[in-house]
Every structure is written in structure tokens, then in C-alpha cells.
Design a protein around this ligand. Structure first.
Ligand code: ADP
Ligand code: ASP
Ligand code: MG
Length: 467
């Protein structure tokens, strides 16, 4: 069996955690399986890199950051690599990568212009620092291992900050580079999060994108399974940080996993499922802090016996854009052209049947730009009073998700009953025609309360009722 396994930031957050990763990878390979490890940056490192880039672009490059990063990674190398030769090779590698980082930041502090391309070059450094440490930890357990930069494997578009893989090229490069290592019984350790354009410019797949890397590599290698090792016992009925009584879902379908990830379950990057699904590769979500827990398995069927709502999610950091007026005929199409031009991703749309009001949800980061573009494009309609207002307001989207919500009566009533009872005002609602999801717009401050209310109303703390 070929397994591609990804470890998240907290799973590689310290020397102790990285030793545990090496133990899990070698133990998985022991029965004769081939294993590819994909690693995230150590926890907190990507944020630090992004902050450093922001500071440098404002002319404030702090050389302390390089030192701080060196010390954190060098301390791990010291703790996990006993053999002096390998340790100094790892330290040199880390130093070289930090040199590159420092030069980029220094240049940035001169030119003061942080382009998406430069931000990717800087923010992708964290995985490039972690991979040599993880490979050294695997080698220290007696299995040959080398760190491989995904820039050699994953060929992407040039959408910096959210690049998409070009699968044919990725498949060719990944096979050529990794299969010989696997054939020799090595465990390659690949950097998550990053790729490169066909001409070699570093790109990132978006925040949290190492999950996506694992799925892309799993598909490129025709892996038998993709394992996502994280810090919770799999995909749960809600974020356990919001709902302490949330329960692990033992089995979910690809569509449920996708829907949950898309609607805010950070445990999976929202694009992760796509490459795995295309090839029907089973995905497991496992806890590196509790490795004997079976976690969640994502498969075609999911758990066909569980009815109704399976899980509740929340997306924060989004804004509701509302366009209202009495002469709105024909406005909808034009408004969405503007949104598409701005390359903004719409998470949810809702329209009153009178056509007097159309509202949609986008990321808060994009909201000011989209509102400006809408006001410009619809200037005449605003001046003539056909449109009264184009407003933007920070909100949260709460979603109830489950394959078998379809045909289960009374779900909407339970949702509204629960929110009403909890005193939560719902600004807009939307239900996809797949009936796999009901999403609601609520005040940002009410998000956790709404998730708890729905979790309780659907009794998700209890094992599902069989039919
Ligand atoms: P990693 O660093 O391993 O990629 P993340 O922080 O990206 O980990 O994702 C794991 C976190 O996702 C969990 O700690 C949990 O707080 C959050 N989370 C949100 N929704 C869910 C859910 N439905 N099930 C499990 N975890 C969830
Ligand atoms: N290190 C990257 C991030 O923090 C990617 C990941 O962890 O998945 O966004
Ligand atoms: Mg993650």
C-alpha cells in the first residue's frame, strides 16, 4: 500500500512532536507499506513569516526574526539528530533557507512593495525549514529519508496566494522524483503548502494548504490512502473549540467532507477533497496526539445509516454585501459580473423574491474592494435611485451539513426554532438544491452561540440513530 501522510503545524510544533511524527511514519511503513510524508511549517512559523513580510514592506525589517527562526529550528535539530555529520548538514540547510528569507525581506524593506508573488516566496519558507528536520528525525530511526521541496513536484498556475495544481505536469514530476526513492524503501518528506509555476516561481496553495498538498501528491502518485494527521480526533460534529461535547464522525462521504471544509471546518483545507475524490482515494483524518483513535474515514458512501444533520460549522472573517432598491431589475447579473471581475469567491447568495434585495457573502478582506467596484459599476443606478444602498457588514455564516438532510422533513424548522430560542437573529438564509446544507448569516459575535444551539438541537453529542 502507498500512503501519503500529512502532518499539520502543531503535529510538528516541537522536537518531541517531530520525533512522534517520525515514529508514526516509520511504524506505518513497517508492514511493508510505502510512505510519503508531507509536512507543514512548525506551528506559528507561517504567521511569523507573514508578519515579517508585512513589517519589511513598511520599511521595518527586524533581523531578530531570522535569529528567532534559526534558534527554534536549530534547537529541534540539536534534540533529534544525534549524529554530528547529519546535524551540521541540517543546520547548514536551515541557514541557507533563512539566508534566502532574509534577502527577500531586506529587498522588500527597500522597495516597500509586497506583491502576492513575493509574499508567497516568503511565507513558503516555513515548510522548507521543517522538512529537513522531519527527514532527519525519520533517518534517526533508521529509515533512509530525504527532504524534497514541493517546488520540484507540484506544478501550479501563477495565482499567487491560492495557486491551482496542473495535474498532468505534477503527476509526471512527482512520479519521476519520488518513485525511485520509494522503490529504495526511503520515506521522502515533502514540503506542504508550496508548489511552483512551470518556470519555477514559488507559489502557495493558500493558508492551511498543506492538506491540499497531500491530496494532490496522493492523486499524482495513485496512492492507496491519504492520511491527514492533525491535533483532534478526526472530523467532528462541530469545532471542539466551540462545542466541547462535539463527537468524532467515524465515516463521512467526500461530499460531506467537502461541504464541511468549505463552510469553515478548518480541520481540512477546503480544496483537499477534490483530487482524492477524482480518484476515489480514501482519506483519513487522524490525531497525532492520540494516534490509536481511529479518527474519520472519508469515502464514497460515508455513513449511509445516519439521517439528517451530521455536523455544524461556522465561517468567520466574512462580510455580507447587500444591494437594495426598488428598481433592481437586471442588477443581479451585472452585480455578479463585477464580483467575478474582482475574482472574489462568493460563499453564499440569498435574494428576496421581490428582487428588492440581493445579498451575498464574501471574505472581509475582499469586501472594501468589491463594494468600491460595485459602486463604480452601478453609479448611474445609484444616482437615479434605482438602487438605494450597497452596504457591507461583517458577519458569520453558520451551516448545518449532512448528505441525508435531503428528504428529512423538519430540519429548517428545528434550525429556526433553536436559533430563535437562543435569541439569535438570522439575517439571511440559503439552502443548496443538493439539500446537503442549510447556511445562515448571523452576527459575527453570535457565531459560537449559534453553532452550540444547533449542535444541541440536533443532538449531535449522541451517536446517530440507525434506520
Ligand atoms: P493542522 O495544523 O493540523 O492543519 P488545523 O488547525 O488547520 O490543524 O485544523 C485542526 C483544527 O480544526 C482543530 O484543532 C479544530 O479546532 C478545528 N476544527 C474546526 N472545525 C472542526 C471540526 N468539525 N472537526 C474537527 N476540528 C475542527
Ligand atoms: N503552514 C501553512 C499555513 O499555516 C500551511 C498549513 O499549515 O497547512 O497556512
Ligand atoms: Mg490545517
Amino acid at each position: 500500500m502507498l500512503i501519503v501522510m500529512k502532518f499539520g503545524g502543531t503535529s510538528v510544533g516541537s522536537a518531541e512532536r517531530i520525533s512522534q511524527v517520525a515514529q508514526l511514519a516509520t511504524a506505518s511503513a513497517a508492514p511493508g507499506h510505502r510512505v510519503v510524508v508531507v509536512t507543514s511549517a512548525m506551528s506559528g512559523v507561517t504567521n511569523l513569516l507573514i508578519e515579517a513580510a508585512g513589517g519589511a514592506s513598511r520599511g521595518r525589517w527586524d533581523p531578530q526574526v531570522r535569529q528567532q527562526l534559526f534558534e527554534r529550528h536549530a534547537a529541534v535539530a540539536g534534540a533529534i539528530v544525534a549524529e554530528t555529520g547529519r546535524r551540521s548538514a541540517v543546520l547548514e540547510e536551515i541557514d541557507r533557507r533563512l539566508d534566502r528569507f532574509e534577502k527577500l525581506c531586506f529587498g522588500l524593506s527597500m522597495v516597500h512593495e509586497l506583491t502576492p508573488r513575493l509574499l508567497d516566496a516568503i511565507s513558503g519558507t516555513g515548510e522548507m525549514l521543517a522538512a529537513p528536520l522531519v527527514a532527519a528525525a525519520v533517518a534517526a530511526r533508521g529509515t533512509a529519508s530525504s527532504a524534497v521541496d514541493a517546488t520540484e513536484l507540484i506544478v501550479t498556475t501563477d495565482q499567487f496566494g491560492g495557486a491551482e495544481p496542473i495535474m498532468d505536469a505534477t503527476r509526471a514530476r512527482t512520479g519521476a522524483r519520488l518513485q525511485p526513492l520509494l522503490a529504495r524503501g526511503e520515506i521522502p518528506v515533502v514540503t506542504g503548502f508550496i508548489g511552483a509555476t512551470a518556470d519555477g516561481v514559488l507559489t502557495t496553495l493558500g493558508r492551511g494548504g498543506s492538506d491540499y498538498s497531500a491530496s494532490i501528491l496522493g492523486a499524482a502518485l495513485d496512492a492507496d490512502e491519504i492520511w491527514i494527521w492533525t491535533d483532534v480526533d478526526g472530523v467532528m460534529t462541530a469545532n471542539p473549540a466551540d462545542v466541547p461535547e462535539a463527537r468524532t464522525l467515524a465515516e463521512i462521504s467526500y461530499s460531506e467532507a467537502s461541504e464541511l471544509a468549505y463552510y469553515g471546518a478548518k480541520v481540512l483545507h477546503y480544496k483537499t477533497i477534490v483530487p482524492a475524490f477524482r480518484q476515489r482515494i480514501p482519506v483519513r483524518i487522524l490525531n497525532s496526539f492520540n494516534p490509536t483513535h481511529p479518527g474519520t474515514r472519508v469515502s464514497v458512501e460515508g455513513d449511509a445509516s445516519a439521517l439528517g444533520v451530521k455536523a455544524v460549522t461556522a465561517i468567520r472573517g466574512v462580510s455580507l454585501i447587500a444591494i437594495s432598491g426598488t428598481g433592481m431589475q437586471g442588477i443581479v447579473a451585472r452585480a455578479f459580473d463585477v464580483v467575478a471581475d474582482q475574482q472574489s469567491n462568493v460563499l453564499m447568495i440569498s435574494q428576496a423574491s421581490s428582487e428588492n434585495n440581493i445579498c451575498f457573502v464574501i471574505s472581509t478582506v475582499e469586501a472594501p474592494r468589491v463594494v468600491r467596484a460595485l459602486r463604480t459599476a452601478l453609479e448611474v443606478d445609484l444616482a437615479r435611485g434605482h438602487i438605494e444602498e450597497i452596504a457591507s457588514q461583517p458577519v458569520a455564516v453558520v451551516a448545518a451539513v449532512g448528505d441525508r438532510m435531503r428528504g428529512t422533513p423538519g430540519i429548517a424548522a428545528t434550525v429556526f426554532g433553536a436559533l430563535g430560542h437562543a435569541g439569535i437573529n438570522v439575517t439571511a438564509i440559503s439552502q443548496g438544491s443538493s439539500e446537503r446544507n442549510i447556511s445562515l448569516v448571523v452576527d459575527e459575535a453570535d457565531a459560537a452561540k449559534a453553532v452550540r444551539a444547533l449542535h444541541q438541537a440536533f443532538r449531535l453529542d449522541r451517536a446517530p440513530q440507525a434506520i
